[in-house]
Design a protein around this ligand. Sequence first.
Ligand code: NAP
Length: 424
Amino acid sequence: MKSYKVAIVGAGPAGYFAAQALQNLASEELAFSIDMIERLPTPWGLVRSGVAPDHPKIKSVSKVFEKIANTPGFRLFANVELGSDFTIEQLKERYDAVVIATGSPRGKKLGIPGEELAGSMSAATFVPWYNAHPDFKDEQIDLSSHKAVVIGAGNVAMDVARMLALEPSELDPTDTADHAIEALKESAIREVVISARRGAEHAAFTSPELRELPKLEHTNVVIEPEDISAAIVRAGDEIEKDTKSNLDAMIVIAEREPTAHERTMRFQFMATPIEIKGNGRVEEVVFQRTGGDEKFSIKCGLVITAIGYESPSLEGVPYAQGKVVNTDGYVEGNLYVVGWAKRGPSGVIGTNKSDAADVMKLLVSQLSEPKISGDITEIITHDKVVTQMHWEQINAAEVAAGEPLGKPRKKAVSREELLNLGAL
Ligand code: NAP
Protein backbone atom coordinates (compact mmCIF):
# COMPACT_ATOMS: atom_id res chain seq x y z
CA MET A 1 0.00 0.00 0.00
CA LYS A 2 1.30 3.44 -0.95
CA SER A 3 -0.05 6.52 0.78
CA TYR A 4 0.31 9.95 -0.80
CA LYS A 5 -0.26 13.43 0.58
CA VAL A 6 -2.08 15.90 -1.64
CA ALA A 7 -2.69 19.57 -0.81
CA ILE A 8 -5.61 21.30 -2.53
CA VAL A 9 -5.53 25.09 -2.38
CA GLY A 10 -9.06 26.49 -2.58
CA ALA A 11 -12.24 25.00 -1.11
CA GLY A 12 -14.65 25.70 -3.95
CA PRO A 13 -16.40 23.21 -6.22
CA ALA A 14 -13.25 22.47 -8.25
CA GLY A 15 -11.27 21.73 -5.08
CA TYR A 16 -13.93 19.45 -3.64
CA PHE A 17 -14.39 17.58 -6.91
CA ALA A 18 -10.60 17.10 -7.10
CA ALA A 19 -10.69 15.61 -3.58
CA GLN A 20 -13.60 13.40 -4.54
CA ALA A 21 -11.78 12.19 -7.64
CA LEU A 22 -8.78 11.20 -5.49
CA GLN A 23 -11.07 9.44 -3.03
CA ASN A 24 -12.58 7.52 -5.94
CA LEU A 25 -9.12 6.55 -7.22
CA ALA A 26 -8.06 5.14 -3.83
CA SER A 27 -7.74 1.37 -3.66
CA GLU A 28 -6.19 -1.35 -1.51
CA GLU A 29 -2.79 -0.39 -2.95
CA LEU A 30 -3.28 3.36 -3.04
CA ALA A 31 -4.35 5.83 -0.33
CA PHE A 32 -4.50 9.61 -0.16
CA SER A 33 -4.34 12.09 2.69
CA ILE A 34 -5.98 15.22 1.40
CA ASP A 35 -5.42 18.61 3.03
CA MET A 36 -7.72 21.31 1.67
CA ILE A 37 -6.53 24.84 2.34
CA GLU A 38 -8.82 27.88 2.06
CA ARG A 39 -8.21 31.57 2.67
CA LEU A 40 -11.73 32.37 3.97
CA PRO A 41 -13.01 31.04 7.29
CA THR A 42 -15.70 29.21 5.26
CA PRO A 43 -15.43 26.60 2.50
CA TRP A 44 -17.67 25.95 -0.57
CA GLY A 45 -16.33 28.82 -2.74
CA LEU A 46 -18.88 30.03 -5.28
CA VAL A 47 -21.56 27.79 -3.81
CA ARG A 48 -21.50 30.12 -0.81
CA SER A 49 -20.45 33.41 -2.34
CA GLY A 50 -21.37 33.16 -6.02
CA VAL A 51 -24.59 31.24 -6.61
CA ALA A 52 -27.60 33.54 -6.54
CA PRO A 53 -29.47 33.21 -3.23
CA ASP A 54 -32.80 32.81 -5.04
CA HIS A 55 -31.39 29.60 -6.57
CA PRO A 56 -31.15 27.44 -3.44
CA LYS A 57 -31.34 24.16 -5.38
CA ILE A 58 -27.96 24.85 -7.00
CA LYS A 59 -26.49 25.08 -3.51
CA SER A 60 -27.61 21.57 -2.58
CA VAL A 61 -24.29 20.33 -4.02
CA SER A 62 -22.84 21.44 -0.67
CA LYS A 63 -24.16 18.13 0.73
CA VAL A 64 -21.78 16.36 -1.64
CA PHE A 65 -18.93 18.60 -0.44
CA GLU A 66 -19.66 17.72 3.19
CA LYS A 67 -19.67 14.01 2.35
CA ILE A 68 -16.26 14.39 0.71
CA ALA A 69 -15.03 16.33 3.75
CA ASN A 70 -16.17 13.60 6.11
CA THR A 71 -14.41 10.83 4.24
CA PRO A 72 -11.38 9.51 6.16
CA GLY A 73 -8.10 11.08 5.06
CA PHE A 74 -9.61 14.53 4.37
CA ARG A 75 -8.73 17.58 6.49
CA LEU A 76 -9.84 21.21 6.11
CA PHE A 77 -7.54 24.13 6.93
CA ALA A 78 -9.61 27.27 6.38
CA ASN A 79 -8.70 30.84 7.28
CA VAL A 80 -5.21 30.01 6.00
CA GLU A 81 -3.98 32.19 3.17
CA LEU A 82 -1.55 31.56 0.38
CA GLY A 83 1.04 34.33 0.45
CA SER A 84 0.63 35.42 4.08
CA ASP A 85 0.46 32.03 5.83
CA PHE A 86 2.31 29.78 3.39
CA THR A 87 3.94 29.68 -0.03
CA ILE A 88 3.34 27.25 -2.86
CA GLU A 89 7.00 26.26 -2.56
CA GLN A 90 6.46 25.18 1.07
CA LEU A 91 3.58 22.96 0.02
CA LYS A 92 5.43 21.50 -2.96
CA GLU A 93 8.26 20.45 -0.64
CA ARG A 94 5.94 18.70 1.82
CA TYR A 95 3.25 17.14 -0.37
CA ASP A 96 3.43 14.58 -3.14
CA ALA A 97 1.21 16.83 -5.20
CA VAL A 98 -0.30 20.29 -4.87
CA VAL A 99 -3.51 21.22 -6.66
CA ILE A 100 -4.43 24.86 -7.25
CA ALA A 101 -8.20 25.39 -7.16
CA THR A 102 -8.39 29.10 -6.46
CA GLY A 103 -10.85 30.04 -9.20
CA SER A 104 -11.16 33.35 -11.03
CA PRO A 105 -12.35 35.93 -8.54
CA ARG A 106 -11.40 39.03 -10.51
CA GLY A 107 -13.90 40.70 -12.82
CA LYS A 108 -12.76 41.51 -16.35
CA LYS A 109 -12.80 45.15 -17.34
CA LEU A 110 -14.51 46.72 -20.32
CA GLY A 111 -11.60 49.09 -20.83
CA ILE A 112 -13.80 52.05 -21.77
CA PRO A 113 -13.66 55.64 -20.49
CA GLY A 114 -15.61 56.24 -17.29
CA GLU A 115 -15.41 52.66 -16.08
CA GLU A 116 -13.75 53.83 -12.85
CA LEU A 117 -16.55 56.26 -11.94
CA ALA A 118 -18.41 55.72 -8.68
CA GLY A 119 -21.50 53.67 -9.45
CA SER A 120 -19.68 51.47 -11.97
CA MET A 121 -18.52 48.10 -10.70
CA SER A 122 -17.95 44.52 -11.63
CA ALA A 123 -20.23 41.61 -10.77
CA ALA A 124 -17.09 40.33 -9.02
CA THR A 125 -17.87 42.97 -6.36
CA PHE A 126 -21.65 43.04 -6.44
CA VAL A 127 -22.22 39.26 -6.25
CA PRO A 128 -20.01 38.58 -3.21
CA TRP A 129 -21.52 41.68 -1.56
CA TYR A 130 -25.05 40.27 -1.67
CA ASN A 131 -23.73 36.84 -0.75
CA ALA A 132 -22.09 38.00 2.52
CA HIS A 133 -18.47 37.47 1.48
CA PRO A 134 -16.41 39.01 4.34
CA ASP A 135 -14.15 40.97 1.96
CA PHE A 136 -17.09 42.77 0.34
CA LYS A 137 -19.35 43.49 3.31
CA ASP A 138 -18.42 47.18 3.42
CA GLU A 139 -18.96 47.92 -0.27
CA GLN A 140 -21.24 50.91 -0.66
CA ILE A 141 -23.60 50.09 -3.50
CA ASP A 142 -25.59 53.13 -4.56
CA LEU A 143 -29.09 51.95 -5.40
CA SER A 144 -30.62 55.43 -5.36
CA SER A 145 -31.19 55.84 -9.10
CA HIS A 146 -34.22 54.67 -11.08
CA LYS A 147 -32.28 52.68 -13.64
CA ALA A 148 -29.37 50.25 -13.64
CA VAL A 149 -27.49 48.74 -16.58
CA VAL A 150 -25.93 45.31 -16.47
CA ILE A 151 -23.38 44.68 -19.21
CA GLY A 152 -22.99 41.10 -20.44
CA ALA A 153 -25.27 38.33 -21.64
CA GLY A 154 -24.20 35.43 -19.46
CA ASN A 155 -25.71 33.77 -16.41
CA VAL A 156 -23.86 36.08 -14.04
CA ALA A 157 -25.40 39.14 -15.75
CA MET A 158 -28.76 37.43 -15.45
CA ASP A 159 -28.25 36.72 -11.71
CA VAL A 160 -27.21 40.32 -11.09
CA ALA A 161 -30.13 41.76 -13.07
CA ARG A 162 -32.60 39.47 -11.30
CA MET A 163 -31.26 40.37 -7.87
CA LEU A 164 -31.68 44.07 -8.70
CA ALA A 165 -35.13 43.67 -10.26
CA LEU A 166 -36.76 41.26 -7.81
CA GLU A 167 -39.26 42.49 -5.28
CA PRO A 168 -36.78 42.46 -2.35
CA SER A 169 -39.16 40.74 0.08
CA GLU A 170 -38.76 37.70 -2.20
CA LEU A 171 -35.25 37.51 -0.76
CA ASP A 172 -36.46 37.24 2.85
CA PRO A 173 -36.61 33.43 2.77
CA THR A 174 -33.12 33.18 1.20
CA ASP A 175 -29.59 33.36 2.59
CA THR A 176 -28.90 36.76 0.98
CA ALA A 177 -26.73 38.88 3.31
CA ASP A 178 -28.87 40.93 5.70
CA HIS A 179 -27.05 44.12 4.65
CA ALA A 180 -27.97 43.43 1.01
CA ILE A 181 -31.64 42.72 1.73
CA GLU A 182 -31.82 45.96 3.71
CA ALA A 183 -30.17 47.95 0.93
CA LEU A 184 -32.32 46.35 -1.77
CA LYS A 185 -35.48 47.15 0.20
CA GLU A 186 -34.42 50.79 0.12
CA SER A 187 -33.45 50.59 -3.56
CA ALA A 188 -34.97 53.11 -5.97
CA ILE A 189 -34.07 50.96 -8.96
CA ARG A 190 -37.15 50.07 -10.94
CA GLU A 191 -35.67 49.25 -14.34
CA VAL A 192 -32.70 47.02 -15.04
CA VAL A 193 -31.37 46.83 -18.59
CA ILE A 194 -29.33 43.74 -19.34
CA SER A 195 -27.21 44.60 -22.33
CA ALA A 196 -25.60 42.23 -24.85
CA ARG A 197 -23.06 43.39 -27.40
CA ARG A 198 -24.11 40.72 -29.89
CA GLY A 199 -27.45 39.31 -31.02
CA ALA A 200 -29.67 37.00 -28.99
CA GLU A 201 -28.37 33.99 -30.96
CA HIS A 202 -24.96 34.54 -29.31
CA ALA A 203 -26.19 35.10 -25.77
CA ALA A 204 -24.35 33.02 -23.19
CA PHE A 205 -27.38 32.54 -20.92
CA THR A 206 -28.46 28.96 -20.47
CA SER A 207 -32.06 28.12 -21.24
CA PRO A 208 -33.18 26.95 -17.76
CA GLU A 209 -32.27 30.42 -16.48
CA LEU A 210 -34.26 32.06 -19.29
CA ARG A 211 -37.20 29.72 -18.80
CA GLU A 212 -37.63 30.67 -15.17
CA LEU A 213 -37.96 34.40 -15.93
CA PRO A 214 -41.68 34.31 -16.81
CA LYS A 215 -42.24 32.83 -13.36
CA LEU A 216 -41.08 36.04 -11.65
CA GLU A 217 -44.15 37.24 -9.83
CA HIS A 218 -43.31 40.90 -9.31
CA THR A 219 -41.09 41.83 -12.24
CA ASN A 220 -41.92 42.63 -15.86
CA VAL A 221 -39.47 40.87 -18.16
CA VAL A 222 -39.23 42.54 -21.55
CA ILE A 223 -37.61 41.20 -24.69
CA GLU A 224 -38.44 42.83 -28.01
CA PRO A 225 -39.93 40.24 -30.42
CA GLU A 226 -38.00 41.83 -33.34
CA ASP A 227 -34.69 41.14 -31.58
CA ILE A 228 -35.51 37.46 -31.47
CA SER A 229 -36.96 37.18 -34.99
CA ALA A 230 -33.81 38.86 -36.36
CA ALA A 231 -31.66 36.46 -34.30
CA ILE A 232 -33.56 33.47 -35.70
CA VAL A 233 -32.93 34.67 -39.24
CA ARG A 234 -29.21 35.20 -38.53
CA ALA A 235 -28.92 31.81 -36.83
CA GLY A 236 -30.21 30.08 -39.98
CA ASP A 237 -31.20 26.44 -40.42
CA GLU A 238 -28.03 24.89 -39.02
CA ILE A 239 -28.80 26.27 -35.59
CA GLU A 240 -27.17 24.54 -32.61
CA LYS A 241 -29.40 22.80 -30.09
CA ASP A 242 -28.50 25.10 -27.17
CA THR A 243 -28.96 28.23 -29.26
CA LYS A 244 -32.35 27.04 -30.43
CA SER A 245 -33.36 26.24 -26.89
CA ASN A 246 -32.30 29.73 -25.76
CA LEU A 247 -34.14 31.45 -28.60
CA ASP A 248 -37.26 29.36 -27.92
CA ALA A 249 -37.15 30.46 -24.29
CA MET A 250 -36.69 34.10 -25.36
CA ILE A 251 -39.62 33.94 -27.79
CA VAL A 252 -41.86 32.81 -24.97
CA ILE A 253 -40.84 35.88 -22.98
CA ALA A 254 -41.07 38.25 -25.95
CA GLU A 255 -44.56 37.09 -26.89
CA ARG A 256 -46.08 37.13 -23.43
CA GLU A 257 -48.87 39.51 -22.54
CA PRO A 258 -47.15 42.52 -20.96
CA THR A 259 -47.40 42.69 -17.18
CA ALA A 260 -47.65 45.90 -15.18
CA HIS A 261 -45.46 45.40 -12.16
CA GLU A 262 -43.46 48.18 -10.55
CA ARG A 263 -40.14 46.61 -11.54
CA THR A 264 -38.81 45.78 -14.99
CA MET A 265 -35.94 43.75 -16.37
CA ARG A 266 -35.33 44.61 -20.02
CA PHE A 267 -33.02 42.87 -22.49
CA GLN A 268 -31.10 44.87 -25.05
CA PHE A 269 -29.06 43.29 -27.87
CA MET A 270 -26.46 44.47 -30.38
CA ALA A 271 -25.28 47.32 -28.17
CA THR A 272 -21.58 47.84 -27.54
CA PRO A 273 -20.82 50.05 -24.53
CA ILE A 274 -18.31 52.71 -25.55
CA GLU A 275 -18.29 55.15 -22.64
CA ILE A 276 -19.65 55.66 -19.17
CA LYS A 277 -20.33 59.32 -18.48
CA GLY A 278 -21.00 61.29 -15.34
CA ASN A 279 -19.82 64.12 -13.17
CA GLY A 280 -17.97 62.27 -10.40
CA ARG A 281 -20.34 59.33 -10.66
CA VAL A 282 -22.23 57.33 -13.26
CA GLU A 283 -24.98 59.24 -15.03
CA GLU A 284 -25.23 57.48 -18.37
CA VAL A 285 -23.82 54.71 -20.52
CA VAL A 286 -23.15 55.45 -24.15
CA PHE A 287 -23.63 52.57 -26.60
CA GLN A 288 -22.86 52.09 -30.26
CA ARG A 289 -25.11 49.83 -32.29
CA THR A 290 -22.91 46.78 -32.91
CA GLY A 291 -21.88 46.66 -36.54
CA GLY A 292 -23.27 50.16 -37.19
CA ASP A 293 -22.61 53.82 -36.45
CA GLU A 294 -25.70 54.71 -34.47
CA LYS A 295 -24.98 55.88 -30.93
CA PHE A 296 -27.43 56.12 -28.08
CA SER A 297 -27.24 56.37 -24.34
CA ILE A 298 -29.10 55.15 -21.29
CA LYS A 299 -29.34 57.37 -18.24
CA CYS A 300 -28.65 55.36 -15.11
CA GLY A 301 -26.90 55.58 -11.76
CA LEU A 302 -25.47 52.07 -11.57
CA VAL A 303 -23.54 49.99 -14.10
CA ILE A 304 -22.52 46.45 -13.32
CA THR A 305 -20.26 44.61 -15.72
CA ALA A 306 -20.63 40.84 -15.86
CA ILE A 307 -18.33 40.08 -18.76
CA GLY A 308 -16.25 37.26 -17.37
CA TYR A 309 -13.57 36.73 -14.76
CA GLU A 310 -9.87 36.09 -14.47
CA SER A 311 -7.55 34.58 -11.88
CA PRO A 312 -5.02 36.77 -10.13
CA SER A 313 -1.44 35.62 -10.50
CA LEU A 314 -0.15 33.55 -7.57
CA GLU A 315 3.40 33.79 -6.42
CA GLY A 316 5.42 30.82 -7.55
CA VAL A 317 2.83 29.69 -10.08
CA PRO A 318 3.25 30.32 -13.83
CA TYR A 319 0.50 32.58 -15.05
CA ALA A 320 -0.70 34.02 -18.35
CA GLN A 321 -3.91 35.49 -19.73
CA GLY A 322 -5.92 35.28 -16.53
CA LYS A 323 -5.17 31.60 -15.88
CA VAL A 324 -2.51 29.31 -14.45
CA VAL A 325 -0.32 28.08 -17.32
CA ASN A 326 -1.01 24.37 -17.68
CA THR A 327 -1.29 21.45 -20.03
CA ASP A 328 -4.47 19.50 -19.25
CA GLY A 329 -4.15 20.56 -15.62
CA TYR A 330 -0.44 19.77 -15.24
CA VAL A 331 1.57 22.88 -14.33
CA GLU A 332 5.14 21.88 -13.46
CA GLY A 333 6.98 19.70 -10.93
CA ASN A 334 4.31 18.30 -8.61
CA LEU A 335 1.91 21.17 -9.23
CA TYR A 336 -1.53 20.82 -10.84
CA VAL A 337 -4.51 23.10 -11.41
CA VAL A 338 -8.27 22.51 -11.68
CA GLY A 339 -11.42 24.57 -12.22
CA TRP A 340 -11.57 28.16 -13.43
CA ALA A 341 -7.91 28.79 -12.54
CA LYS A 342 -7.13 26.04 -15.08
CA ARG A 343 -9.57 26.56 -17.93
CA GLY A 344 -10.97 30.06 -17.37
CA PRO A 345 -14.39 31.11 -16.12
CA SER A 346 -16.69 28.78 -18.01
CA GLY A 347 -19.10 26.00 -17.24
CA VAL A 348 -21.51 25.29 -14.43
CA ILE A 349 -20.57 23.80 -11.06
CA GLY A 350 -20.95 20.23 -12.34
CA THR A 351 -18.46 20.89 -15.18
CA ASN A 352 -15.75 20.81 -12.54
CA LYS A 353 -16.49 17.20 -11.68
CA SER A 354 -15.34 15.59 -14.90
CA ASP A 355 -12.64 18.22 -15.34
CA ALA A 356 -11.13 17.54 -11.91
CA ALA A 357 -11.47 13.77 -12.41
CA ASP A 358 -9.34 13.98 -15.58
CA VAL A 359 -6.67 16.07 -13.87
CA MET A 360 -6.54 13.78 -10.83
CA LYS A 361 -6.12 10.74 -13.09
CA LEU A 362 -3.16 12.46 -14.68
CA LEU A 363 -1.79 13.43 -11.25
CA VAL A 364 -2.00 9.86 -10.00
CA SER A 365 -0.31 8.53 -13.14
CA GLN A 366 2.65 10.86 -12.45
CA LEU A 367 3.17 10.03 -8.76
CA SER A 368 6.50 8.52 -7.76
CA GLU A 369 7.61 7.37 -4.29
CA PRO A 370 5.58 8.92 -1.43
CA LYS A 371 7.18 11.77 0.53
CA ILE A 372 7.91 10.89 4.11
CA SER A 373 7.15 13.84 6.34
CA GLY A 374 5.77 17.33 6.65
CA ASP A 375 2.44 19.02 6.06
CA ILE A 376 0.68 22.38 6.37
CA THR A 377 0.43 22.15 10.18
CA GLU A 378 4.16 22.85 10.59
CA ILE A 379 3.91 25.99 8.45
CA ILE A 380 0.88 27.81 9.94
CA THR A 381 1.82 30.12 12.78
CA HIS A 382 -1.61 31.37 13.94
CA ASP A 383 -4.19 29.52 16.02
CA LYS A 384 -7.32 30.56 14.13
CA VAL A 385 -7.40 27.68 11.71
CA VAL A 386 -10.93 26.63 10.84
CA THR A 387 -10.91 22.85 10.67
CA GLN A 388 -13.83 20.71 9.51
CA MET A 389 -15.00 20.53 13.13
CA HIS A 390 -15.02 24.34 13.47
CA TRP A 391 -16.70 24.73 10.11
CA GLU A 392 -19.45 22.30 11.08
CA GLN A 393 -20.05 24.44 14.16
CA ILE A 394 -20.22 27.62 12.06
CA ASN A 395 -22.49 25.92 9.56
CA ALA A 396 -24.85 24.58 12.24
CA ALA A 397 -25.00 27.98 13.95
CA GLU A 398 -25.89 29.75 10.71
CA VAL A 399 -28.55 27.19 9.84
CA ALA A 400 -30.02 27.40 13.38
CA ALA A 401 -30.08 31.21 13.22
CA GLY A 402 -31.90 31.04 9.89
CA GLU A 403 -34.54 28.57 10.96
CA PRO A 404 -36.90 30.84 12.94
CA LEU A 405 -36.67 33.36 10.08
CA GLY A 406 -37.62 30.78 7.45
CA LYS A 407 -34.19 31.04 5.81
CA PRO A 408 -31.87 28.16 4.88
CA ARG A 409 -29.24 30.00 6.93
CA LYS A 410 -28.50 33.44 8.29
CA LYS A 411 -24.98 34.13 7.14
CA ALA A 412 -22.39 35.59 9.45
CA VAL A 413 -20.53 38.22 7.51
CA SER A 414 -17.32 39.33 9.15
CA ARG A 415 -14.35 37.07 9.74
CA GLU A 416 -14.62 37.76 13.48
CA GLU A 417 -18.27 36.75 13.58
CA LEU A 418 -17.51 33.57 11.64
CA LEU A 419 -14.58 32.65 13.87
CA ASN A 420 -16.72 33.32 16.96
CA LEU A 421 -19.36 30.92 15.70
CA GLY A 422 -16.60 28.34 15.36
CA ALA A 423 -15.49 29.10 18.95
CA LEU A 424 -12.11 30.33 17.70
P1 NAP B 1 -20.08 34.09 -19.73
O1 NAP B 1 -21.14 33.05 -19.74
O2 NAP B 1 -18.81 33.81 -20.42
O3 NAP B 1 -20.73 35.43 -20.31
C1 NAP B 1 -19.97 36.59 -20.46
C2 NAP B 1 -20.77 37.60 -21.26
O4 NAP B 1 -20.01 38.81 -21.28
C3 NAP B 1 -20.98 37.20 -22.71
O5 NAP B 1 -22.29 37.55 -23.08
C4 NAP B 1 -19.96 38.07 -23.45
O6 NAP B 1 -20.37 38.43 -24.76
C5 NAP B 1 -19.96 39.30 -22.59
N1 NAP B 1 -18.76 40.10 -22.79
C6 NAP B 1 -17.47 39.71 -22.69
N2 NAP B 1 -16.63 40.73 -22.92
C7 NAP B 1 -17.43 41.80 -23.18
C8 NAP B 1 -17.18 43.15 -23.50
N3 NAP B 1 -15.93 43.61 -23.58
N4 NAP B 1 -18.23 43.98 -23.72
C9 NAP B 1 -19.49 43.52 -23.64
N5 NAP B 1 -19.80 42.25 -23.32
C10 NAP B 1 -18.78 41.40 -23.11
O7 NAP B 1 -19.66 34.48 -18.24
P2 NAP B 1 -20.41 34.64 -16.86
O8 NAP B 1 -21.80 35.16 -17.03
O9 NAP B 1 -19.47 35.36 -16.01
O10 NAP B 1 -20.54 33.14 -16.33
C11 NAP B 1 -19.39 32.35 -16.10
C12 NAP B 1 -19.79 30.88 -16.08
O11 NAP B 1 -20.56 30.61 -14.90
C13 NAP B 1 -20.66 30.50 -17.27
O12 NAP B 1 -20.29 29.23 -17.71
C14 NAP B 1 -22.04 30.48 -16.67
O13 NAP B 1 -22.96 29.65 -17.34
C15 NAP B 1 -21.76 29.99 -15.26
N6 NAP B 1 -22.85 30.40 -14.37
C16 NAP B 1 -23.90 29.56 -14.26
C17 NAP B 1 -24.98 29.92 -13.49
C18 NAP B 1 -26.16 28.99 -13.40
O14 NAP B 1 -26.07 27.85 -13.80
N7 NAP B 1 -27.29 29.42 -12.91
C19 NAP B 1 -25.00 31.13 -12.81
C20 NAP B 1 -23.89 31.98 -12.93
C21 NAP B 1 -22.83 31.60 -13.73
P3 NAP B 1 -19.67 37.81 -26.07
O15 NAP B 1 -20.29 36.44 -26.21
O16 NAP B 1 -20.04 38.75 -27.12
O17 NAP B 1 -18.18 37.75 -25.78
